[in-house]
Design a protein around this ligand. Sequence first.
Ligand code: ADP
Ligand code: MG
Length: 390
Amino acid sequence: MLKTIREQNFKGQRVLLRLDLNAPLNNGIVQEDTRLRAALPTLEHLLNQGAKVIILTHLGRPKGDGDEALRVDPLAKRLSELMDRPVPKLDDCIGPDVEAFVSQMQNGDLVLLENTRFHAGEKKNDPEFTAALARLGDVFVSDGFGVVHRAHASTYGLAEYLPAYAGFLIEKEVAILGGVLENPQHPVALLMGGAKIDTKIGILTNFTEKADLFLIGGALANTFLFAEGKNIGASLCEKDQKEVADAFLKAVPKERVVLPVDAAVAIEINPSVARHEVSVEVVGDQDKILDLGEKSIELFIEKLKTAKTILWNGPMGLYEIPAFAEATKRIVAALAQSEATTIVGGGDSIDAIKAFGYKEEDFTHVSTGGGAMLEFLEGKVLPGIQVLCM
Ligand code: ADP
Ligand code: MG
């Protein structure tokens, strides 16, 4: 059971609030602010109670300290716009200056601290660094769902020093994703695609007994076609995952697994290439499978109509190039129209939704998780959630 911020009033307390504000920047400006907006309910709740809120986040992957482009000033600016109030930002996340600032804070004040990953101790969960962070707060509130799969100082270590609570975002993600794992409305369809096969196969395996239907597209499908002995030519494929794919295909009744029957292929990937479809039985040695073909698209959409719960992760094709965006576009449209519970996750999948003009509200739930969501659905115990449980 998660211990959440609902259990207590934080008035007058110094709350160290770990968020995942890691947003894409463009020329020092936040390009996409989903993660910032997702942090607002917890932030507003704590401030309204009269807590002193000290925000921790990472941004990107700094190499050592002082990676100027990865200072969090653009996040403070965007947050300030979203909250319609000033958001002070400090140039470090530990040390005497930070402590001095925090000691002056009044109830209802907030501050954003510098990128936690400027300190090597963050990722190492170094006790000295963690203790320096812990000195800043009376309690630790964790609400960065996107980082709960990491046992870092600010996502995990702090719970050893301070009473720890989950914020509303983590509470919601765990309720919804946990619901799919534990008591979903059947039939459950798992719609999986994308390219990072080793991060996806674990989910298929974990759902072997939980899902009623497995629809596999994207480059992920290539590994399965390959496992079935089909020629996939020069397609993207993780051949070393063949055995995992084999084991999955053996464990699941055949009628529950839907693989592409045809594909859009090309010998070279470039933006001006024309769409050309073939049956998966006749893929040439030089062909790359880059999208589902028309028959597969119709088949997938037909099957999805039978589901009451649909979990989607991973584009159905190389959607960045218009000639190979067809399957992803049509299937996203089908999901947006579906009456079923639709749960979507994955950085590229969410990009695709937006690129095709859909909004988060068109789906039941769009996870802010990425890697954390994938690991959660694999059934792993996530360190950043474990420390928030009683
Ligand atoms: P997500 O971020 O949603 O979890 P992934 O990162 O696993 O998804 O995969 C997204 C990428 O997979 C996209 O860049 C897309 O172009 C690529 N992709 C999907 N299908 C294919 C394919 N058949 N061949 C090559 N790349 C593909
Ligand atoms: Mg991705």
